[in-house]
Design a protein around this ligand. Structure first.
Ligand code: NAP
Length: 276
């Protein structure tokens, strides 16, 4: 088994994930894994970074596919005995003008952004080594969407005692409400992406709390963050930040020094803790 530290980035073949891999290759003392659901796209991205003189490794990972997640988990366990840095970056968003019915957008978006991210965490968080870092890439849209939720939902999402099971039930209910077209009546905002990112931010708060309860002495730091508005296939060419600039906050959180006791369980943007 290798004692080399290891970092893993999901959705690393393009956009912000690719830039996070690039930065980690330069700054992380250890092996960096660019993962992608499509091996061809992943290998091409690795080749691009090799042309820059960087040396990421590749592993397939489709966060919608439980088998794919478990294969990566077993690989990390066997080769490294765990993982030191996990960046949950993979995500999707329907374009504003997309005419796909809202119910479908809700199901598909939640499947990847919330349930896929959660499944990766369920399998990989137990593998995170002492002093490890976990970064869940959420979005400012989670904050603006929280403000559009009913008071009752806001209270639940801001609760310091909400459990992962309760959060999963709420995210499942959103998809069901969207299918019945009752989501707005039920207090949800009219944005599938926004609700999925509320899920990611709240999940991160819950996971950080669980780490405090169960693994306090391991000094693991886990946070949600927003990369800012970044020029990628997702956000388009008009966004102000380059992917490398968008990678800065996730990379800052991934590389927090071993002696730092925070941030932990926070929502961070521009390297600053924001109020949830
Ligand atoms: P992007 O350019 O569209 O890249 C998304 C990445 O996620 C791609 O590598 C994509 O792979 C991957 N992905 C999607 N579904 C996946 C799955 N099931 N399994 C594995 N990988 C999957 O988007 P981006 O702008 O870089 O976004 C990265 C993250 O930042 C997302 O979580 C997004 O919500 C968040 N974010 C972005 C912005 C922004 O302004 N760009 C703002 C706030 C938050 P494929 O190439 O195979 O599709």
């Amino acid at each position: 088994m290798s004692s080399t530290p290891v970092a893993v980035v999901t959705g690393g073949n393009k956009g912000i994930g690719f830039a996070i891999v690039r930065a980690l290759c330069k700054q992380f003392q250890g092996d960096v894994y660019l993962t992608a659901r499509d091996p061809g796209n992943g290998q091409a991205a690795v080749a691009k970074l090799q042309e820059e003189g960087l040396h990421p490794f590749f592993h397939q990972l489709d966060i919608d596919d439980m088998q794919s997640i478990r294969t990566l988990r077993d690989f990390l366990k066997e080769k490294y005995g765990g993982v030191n840095v996990l960046v949950n970056n993979a995500g999707i968003a329907f374009k504003v003008l997309d005419t796909t019915p809202f119910a479908v957008q809700a199901e598909v978006t939640l499947k990847t952004n919330f349930f896929g991210t959660r499944n990766v965490c369920t399998e990989l968080l137990p593998l995170v080594k002492p002093y490890g870092k976990v970064v869940n890439v959420s979005s400012f849209v989670s904050i603006s969407s929280l403000a559009k939720c009913s008071k009752e939902l806001q209270q639940k999402f801001c609760s310091d005692t909400i459990t992962e099971e309760e959060l999963v039930k709420l995210m499942t209910k959103f998809v069901e409400d969207a299918k019945k077209n009752t989501h707005e009546k039920e207090g949800w905002p009219n944005t599938a992406y926004g609700v999925s990112k509320i899920g990611v931010t709240v999940l991160s708060r819950i996971q950080a709390r669980m780490i405090n309860e169960k693994r306090k002495s391991d000094h693991i730091l886990l946070n949600a963050c927003c990369p800012g508005w970044v020029r990628t296939d997702m956000a388009g060419p008009k966004a102000p930040k380059s992917p490398d600039e968008g990678a800065q906050t996730p990379v800052y959180l991934a590389l927090l020094p071993a002696d730092s006791d925070g941030p932990h369980g926070q929502f961070v943007s521009d390297k600053t803790v924001r109020t949830w």
